[in-house]
Ligand binder design. Structure first.
Ligand SMILES: *Cc1c(COP(=O)(O)O)cnc(C)c1O
Length: 431
């Protein structure tokens, strides 16, 4: 949201240079605070968001500058809480991933209005988390932190490890002890400390909140806890890229996976900023949330018509989405209802089917979160909530190579034969 400098009370001026970011503001009560490593409002405990003084010059000039910018998220630096020279900082440089026109998947699903997959498996550590971490690293640098940390369902730990290695921070990240091997190896290989916690993600997150309040965690920047307002802004780049890649147009419908709900909330924020700046025409759009049935606190609340999200104990193969007590759950409910979207869930078998459907129609191997999103898209079309005649973008947020176990039991060689033609003939695969 654009902020007039005159509106900012004296005590919220800040010495740190985070580009167009001028303050933090409470999402609930609107109170403003100086830019700093804080995430909750002192008055009402609401979540803090970054407030901006956004560029006010010629919109065509801004569009040209973006289009001529780096081929990664830093092309949008004027709209992010980062210093103007951010592209010269050592970074994993995520973003500008493919927006794939998914005609063969569209045919299978009966979508006629144009179906696209935004494939974030193409990021440096193969998930959308590189976007949010890159922004949080800039905040950590500005606030003088020396250790980067996070509570993670897997992908975030890898993204933090890589970004810390690249930018020269120490890292120490926390994950539930029972994650997929691909996630654990990716989190450890960059050389930082990796700690498995005996418990669910929600236990890991609670532990990290305690650590922040303790002298043991002094000097630590937790990208998704005390740096959460900045971290969240990284997800806006998905909205920016999707619109730019569609020729500066907002799609009619977007289907987004939901763990904590941060990504969905900030994609909506990004779309609203583009409209406000005049970079895209104002038009209605619908936002849909996707969850796994085994961890579906938000879709359960959505279907029951509730405004509060009741925590669940996760049990699903979609471990990257296994947050039983999602911080931004109520905002996901608000945004999906306000835009005319919905929140839906699919079971583990449907997740595996959807992973294979996307792979066989488009050559994209998604992790379980991508299976959730494609599976939910199919279900929303079947139950009439998603309009197949409208332009639809589905997010694939991670790479199937990190969750091989999900598909391994039902995927393998068609045949194993002796190396001779008779054996091949007998296998019946010619033609
Ligand atoms: C973390 C994650 C998400 C969802 O993130 P939230 O912002 O917490 O809702 C989606 N997909 C993948 C693969 C993730 O790792």
């Amino acid at each position: 949201m654009a902020v007039q400098a005159a509106e900012i009370p004296q005590n919220t001026t800040s010495a740190v240079d985070l580009g167009p970011a001028v303050a933090l503001s409470c999402r609930e009560c609107g109170e403003r605070f100086p830019l700093g490593p804080v995430f909750a409002c002192e008055s009402c405990f609401g979540p803090l968001e970054v407030a901006y003084e956004l560029p006010s010059g010629d919109v065509e000039e801004l569009r040209r500058a973006i289009e001529a910018g780096p081929k990664n998220i830093w092309r949008y630096a004027p709209l992010l809480p980062v210093p103007a020279d951010v592209a010269s900082h050592p970074s994993t440089n995520p973003g500008l991933t493919q927006l794939v026109k998914a005609d063969r998947l569209a045919k299978e699903l009966g979508v006629t209005g144009g179906l696209y997959v935004k494939d974030d498996s193409g990021n440096p550590t193969h998930s959308f988390k590189d976007r949010v971490v890159a922004i949080a690293v800039e905040a950590a640098r500005a606030f003088g932190f020396t250790t980067l940390s996070c509570s993670s369902t897997g992908n975030l730990a890898g993204a933090v490890g890589a970004a810390a290695a690249r930018a020269g921070f120490r890292s120490c990240v926390f994950i539930p002890h029972d994650l997929e091997q691909g996630k654990v190896v990716m989190a450890a290989v960059y050389g930082g400390e990796l700690v498995g916690i005996e418990g669910t993600y929600d236990d890991v997150n609670r532990f990290c909140s305690e650590l922040i309040g303790d002298p043991l965690g002094e000097g630590w920047g937790f990208v998704n806890v005390n740096l959460r307002p900045y971290y969240g802004e990284g997800s806006k780049t998905l909205a920016y890229e999707i619109c730019e890649q569609l020729g500066w147009e907002i799609p009619d419908q977007i289907v987004i996976p939901v763990a904590s709900g941060s990504q969905l909330t900030k994609i909506d924020k990004g779309l609203k900023e583009l409209i406000k700046l005049g970079l895209v025409a104002d038009k209605p759009y619908k936002i849909f949330g996707a969850q796994a049935e085994g961890c579906s606190p938000v879709s359960t609340a959505y279907k029951a018509g509730h405004d509060v999200v009741r925590p669940q104990k996760p049990k699903t193969i979609a471990k990257s989405l296994a947050i039983g007590n999602p911080a931004d759950g109520p905002y996901v409910l608000d945004i999906t209802r306000r835009t005319g979207g919905a929140v839906e869930d699919v079971d583990d078998e449907q997740v595996v089917d959807a992973i294979k459907l996307l792979a066989r129609t488009e050559g994209i191997f998604a992790e379980t979160a991508g299976g959730v999103t494609v599976g939910v898209t199919r279900k929303l079309i079947e139950n009439g909530q998603l309009d197949p005649a409208l332009t639809t973008v589905v997010l694939n947020t991670g790479d199937g190579l990190k969750t091989l176990d999900a598909v391994a039991p039902t995927t393998g060689p068609t045949a194993t034969i002796r190396p001779d033609l008779d054996a091949f003939r007998a296998a019946g695969l010619a033609g």
